[in-house]
Design a protein around this ligand. Structure first.
Ligand code: DX5
Ligand code: ZN
Length: 225
């Protein structure tokens, strides 16, 4: 039996912001398990998305838990605001400019679960000291900054490593992948041990997000059987 079931997390930045309520409702009715919310500051990554006020608006449009992914240089400065805006989970990058340990503490103090992420060029060993404190490990499968990029299969050894460490150490974190997930790459990702699947383009770029979510789930299940 799987320790953590497969969960599909449509990425809001791929939704139609002119019709956000309708798109988010389609994802929710279509069986999404959570919504992935990408925060970019134009400094940690070369793109800018939005801040806590928009996250609060997103929260008002859905019952799904919000999985907030901070691609920002100074997560500590903003963790309380994103928590207050309605985040259920907050994930930040080990490569950010803030110290990891106090940032994890801030997330827990603000009643959210805590995730830590690695960019493609960062080895998973960068997370080693924090494993017992994590609810989620996010292995980036593209260079963070933009949706619609190509999945990097060479990140799968990191997913396998995260799964092996969890087994050995009895840790509780789940394993998330983000970037380029579609009906083909989801099979590779779940076989390596990924459980939380971020999917932007493949869900909101589909004419019917519910169908996209169902197909992703079917591919994940059949790849594991
Ligand atoms: C990339 C973001 C991803 C992105 C995924 O920096 O973190 O969440 O939205 O989009 P797709 O699924 O289109 O690769
Ligand atoms: Zn993301």
């Amino acid at each position: 039996m799987l320790m953590h079931p497969i969960r599909i997390a449509p990425s809001v930045i791929a939704a139609d912001f002119g019709n956000l309520g309708a798109d988010l409702a389609r994802a929710e009715k279509g069986g999404a398990d959570m919504l992935h919310v990408d925060i970019m500051d134009g400094h940690f990554v070369p793109n800018i998305t939005f801040g806590p006020d928009i996250v609060k608006k997103i929260k008002s449009l859905t019952k799904l838990p919000l999985d907030v992914h901070l691609m920002i240089s100074h997560p500590r400065q903003y963790i309380p605001a994103f928590a207050k805006a309605g985040a259920a989970n907050i994930t930040f990058h080990v490569e950010s400019e803030d110290e990891v340990s106090p940032a994890l503490h801030d997330i827990i103090l603000n009643d959210c679960t805590a995730g830590l992420s690695v960019k493609p060029g960062t080895p998973l060993t960068a997370l080693r000291d924090y494993l017992g404190r994590l609810d989620r490990i996010l292995v980036m499968t593209v260079e963070p900054g933009f949706g619609g990029q190509k999945f990097m299969p060479d990140m799968m050894p990191k997913v396998e490593e995260a799964a092996a460490w969890r087994k050995q150490g009895g840790f509780r974190y789940d394993i998330e992948v983000d970037g380029g997930l579609d009906n083909t790459t989801i099979r590779t990702a779940v076989k390596a041990g990924a459980e939380v699947i971020v999917a932007g383009t493949s869900v909101f770029g589909h004419h019917e997000p519910a169908v996209a979510i169902r197909e992703l789930r079917e591919n994940a299940t059949s790849a594991l059987s």
